[in-house]
Write a protein that binds this ligand. Structure first.
Ligand code: PLP
Length: 383
């Protein structure tokens, strides 16, 4: 595993410059729609806030820094960031995508872009060979998520990036689950990293936002053009909140990882628990790849009960006291979720089941409360 040494200093100072007009150490919230020009075309680099906003620019610089990227772009949601990547394509282009991924990404692909003439090939990317086999001369984009939501499958980013390079395809990695603290896909050769900043980057369940990071200048220019032309930009207050969130990413992630280890092992030995999905187990099918590309295993864990039914799962889902039953993840507080009826309800049932997402699956976003309280809560809920 690569070291997490010095990430804290990087996160605290990413994008932070004293405000030039006052010296304010924190980037002000530039709550303005437009900027006054001295004479037509004579301005300070800011014309209209959809195209340029100083708070957003500070955040976009921070986004680049935390993913070891040249460029960062902020969007009004994670899905808007994914949508911007899709707008690089034209009808007839093909996409090879992971068969197990965030339900909203699948919905965007299957319900919005399929009817616009984009062709999707869904494969099990846990085996990179499957990606290579699905590529045709029309493939322009490979979309992977690792670890996946909610089954914690791991894809070898370096292997898929090499396949992408060989075939002239853009490789985009949804890095939401790992966060930049645990994994940096551009370092493994990916072309674009996507984040739902709503999750670990914001970290406090108080903002919806998305991010793209990349090194290639022409990709950046195309995506910046799409960002300003389609207008899915975050407001300055939301940018401020994510800038603040990033400053504690390392401290939060350390605790998410510590608590995640304890919860995963607790669940595994519980007599009523069936399968536990967590890439930190040595017998996880791609544990070696996880160890190679990640610095830790995070706080996302899914599990089934031995009685893998909606009824038994519902009993657990409605009896926790510290875990709140809610969609989303990556905040300081623990959340519990039922993918089949909540986050992944937009995936048809037969498809879900075929991919291994059972009706009784329970997903945990382990927060940064005290581990003993988290485990005690699970103990009383599972019974
Ligand atoms: C939440 C999420 C998204 C979508 O992001 P929004 O900010 O909700 O639009 C995409 N991918 C993953 C893995 C997510 O968890």
């Amino acid at each position: 595993m690569s070291s997490s040494k010095n990430l804290g200093t990087k996160y605290i100072h990413a994008g932070a410059h004293p405000d030039p007009s006052t010296g304010a150490i924190m980037t002000p919230i530039y709550q303005t729609s437009t900027f006054v020009q001295a004479s037509p075309g004579v301005h300070k680099g800011y014309e209209y806030a959809r195209s340029q906003n100083p708070t957003r620019f500070a955040l976009e610089e921070a986004f680049a820094v935390i993913e070891n990227a040249q460029f960062g772009l902020a969007f009004s949601s994670g899905v808007a960031a994914t949508d911007a990547v899709m707008r690089l394509l034209v009808p007839g282009d093909e996409v090879v995508a992971a068969h197990d991924m965030y339900g909203g990404t699948y919905r965007l692909f299957s319900k919005v872009y399929e009817k616009m003439g984009i062709v999707f090939n869904y494969v099990d990317t846990a085996n990179a060979e499957n990606v290579a086999k699905a590529i045709t001369p029309k493939t322009k984009l490979i979309w992977i998520e690792t670890p996946t939501n909610p089954l914690m499958n791991i894809t070898d980013i370096e292997a898929v990036s090499n396949i992408g390079k060989k075939n002239n395809c853009i490789v985009c990695v949804d890095n939401t689950f790992a966060s930049p603290y645990l994994q940096n896909p551009l370092d493994q050769g990916a072309s674009i990293v996507m984040h739902s900043a709503t999750k670990y980057l914001g970290g406090h369940s108080d903002v919806i936002q998305g991010a793209l990071m990349m090194n290639d200048e022409s990709l950046r220019d195309q995506l910046y053009f799409i960002q300003k032309s389609t207008g899915a930009v975050p407001g300055p207050q939301d940018c401020f909140l994510v800038l603040r969130g990033i400053k504690t990413l390392h401290v939060r992630m350390q605790r998410h990882c510590e608590n995640g280890i304890k919860v995963a092992h607790y669940l595994r030995q519980h007599p009523k628990v069936g399968k536990v999905f967590w890439c930190g187990f040595e017998d996880h099918h791609n544990h070696d790849i996880a160890k190679k590309q990640m610095r830790g295993f995070g706080g996302m864990i899914s599990f089934t009960l031995k009685d893998d039914t909606v009824e038994a799962a519902t009993k657990v889902l409605s009896s926790t006291k510290i875990f709140s039953l809610a969609e989303s993840l990556g905040g300081v507080e623990s959340l519990i979720n039922h993918p089949a009826s909540m986050t992944h309800a937009s995936i048809p049932r037969d498809r879900r089941i075929a991919n291994g997402l059972s009706d009784g699956l329970i997903r945990l976003s382990v927060g940064i409360e005290d581990a003993e309280d988290i485990i005690e809560d699970l103990a009383q809920a599972i019974g």
